[in-house]
Ligand binder design. Structure first.
Ligand code: NDP
Length: 447
């Protein structure tokens, strides 16, 4: 239920942003949480802070022309939504996927504002990407696309202005091509302008692993709060990309057994536990379908084409592929199957019905804003190292990441308690993230 004042804010968002359903969903989730804040702090409503937060500071849409290996010309659309810079330069990844349109970029950018606030680090919120489909493209085609994309985007970036990173379809290879083109156009070695860089040219230790590792640390804290741990627990992780792979790695180190993962073609079940080296080889190096994992693994693993991995029973679920992958029905089946904790590695992977089912069943539910914030937090650490021309060790960086995740977990619970919703990580994350941004905006006058 929405507070009366927030209901009119939401109606306005629907009216001003027609058809952008993912954006509507992300806004509604935040508005549903912050009703109690308005009672305690009337200043936010008086100064129309919420209305202002729902309107991006700037939206950039541009043409990206490029040529494939056969010489055929393609035209894609590029986006960068600079949503909120009250806490620092716009910060958030770039997504290359055919489903990308303004509504997806705005939902991701909106989430990013609160997530970045929650980290306690000086970063604002933004997001970008393109409807370009990298699947099946050669390295040279990817490079030409990235160069064309950056040829427009560079003018909007800067280490004090807007600092992108990766997301779906944008990993180390793409970041390298994007940074190379930025450097070439601007004639500046401005390392802090993009994060997720390779370790040979300004990247930071643990950035590649950070979202997945951070999510595992967050879930470990949720399990601790329930008086238990990962040890011997049956875990399912969706996806087989950056976030999924490093979630699996850390969960295995913490004693959990990851029995299934997925990609856009289906899922694989491996009751003895996913063979991570093989998974990295198939998905990360060879860039093949997940069925190749089962073929090479032999009789231990089964590949199931075209179905949802959430039909595999588990005690801990870590959705790490894409938005709205866990429906209300999936959630009901998961609860029946013994699921006790969910940590969202992806952004908004659970539908509102799914969240309701988990919360009503007493499942510990860690929303993406909190559980996957380790990625952007470590990006901020990369910016810090770039600014001071410093390099930290893997161990030091991982310790920092773990501290940040513990702190986010603690603050989610503390804030939820303060507002009378004990154990509600969604409310805790939304309220804490919101207040940090809102207080900065109040202090800066009418911005
Ligand atoms: P990757 O591109 O590395 O991996 C994405 C994985 O999810 C792939 O296995 C892909 O399958 C699968 N996938 C993508 N879209 C779909 C779909 N529509 N249906 C089914 N499967 C799909 O991306 P990341 O791991 O970086 O990102 C995953 C999620 O985590 C996203 O929600 C992203 O926003 C979020 N996130 C990422 C961060 C980061 O640091 N990278 C930080 C915070 C959140 P296939 O291999 O077949 O394409």
């Amino acid at each position: 239920m929405l507070h009366e004042r927030l209901s009119s804010v939401y109606d306005n968002v629907l009216r001003r942003n027609p058809g952008e359903i993912e954006f509507h969903q992300a806004v509604r989730e935040v508005l549903e949480s912050i009703g109690p804040v308005l009672g305690k702090d009337p200043e936010y409503a008086e100064h129309k802070i919420i209305e202002r937060i729902c309107e991006p500071e700037r939206q950039i849409i541009f043409r990206v022309p490029w040529e494939d290996d056969q010489g055929e010309v393609h035209i894609n659309r590029g986006f960068r939504v600079e949503f909120n810079s009250a806490l620092g330069p716009y910060k958030g990844g770039l997504r290359f996927h055919p489903s990308v349109y303004l509504g997806i970029v705005k939902f991701l950018g909106f989430e990013q504002i609160f997530k970045n606030g929650l980290t306690g680090l000086p970063i604002g919120g933004g997001k970008g990407g393109s409807d370009f489909d990298p699947k099946g493209r050669s390295d040279r085609e990817i490079m030409r696309f990235c160069q064309s994309f950056m040829t427009e985007l560079y003018r909007h970036l800067g280490e004090y202005t807007d600092v992108p990173a990766g997301d779906i379809g944008v990993g180390g290879r793409e970041i390298g091509y994007l940074f190379g083109q930025y450097k070439r156009i601007t004639n500046r070695y401005e390392s802090g302008v993009i994060t997720g860089k390779g370790l040979t040219y300004g990247g930071a230790q643990v950035r590649t692993e950070a979202t997945g590792y951070g999510c595992a640390f967050f879930v470990e804290e949720m399990l601790k709060a329930r008086g238990t741990s990962f040890d011997g627990r049956r875990v399912v992780v969706s996806g087989a990309g950056n976030v999924a792979i490093y979630s699996i790695e850390k969960v295995q180190q913490l004693g959990g057994i990851v029995v299934a993962c997925s990609d856009s073609s289906g899922y694989v079940v491996d009751e003895k536990g996913i063979d991570l080296d093989l998974l990295k080889q198939i998905k990360g190096v060879e860039r093949r379908r997940l069925s190749a994992y089962a073929e090479r693994r032999g009789t231990d693993a089964t590949f199931v084409a075209g179905r949802s991995v959430w039909e595999v029973p588990c005690e801990v679920a870590m959705p790490s592929a894409t938005e709205n992958e866990i429906t209300g029905k999936d959630a009901e089946a998961m609860v029946r199957g013994g699921c006790m904790a969910v940590g969202e590695g992806a952004n908004m992977p659970t539908t509102p019905e799914g969240i309701r089912v988990f919360q009503e069943a007493g499942v510990s539910f860690g929303p993406g804003k909190a559980a996957n914030a380790g990625g952007v937090a470590t990006s901020a650490l990369e910016m810090q190292q770039n600014a001071s021309r410093d390099r930290w060790t893997f161990e030091f960086s991982e310790r920092k990441l773990q501290e940040i995740m513990k702190d986010i977990h603690r603050r989610c619970l503390q804030t939820a308690d303060e507002y009378g919703m004990p154990g509600d990580y969604v409310a805790g994350a939304n309220i804490d993230g919101f207040k940090r941004v809102a207080d900065a905006m109040l202090a800066m006058g009418l911005i």
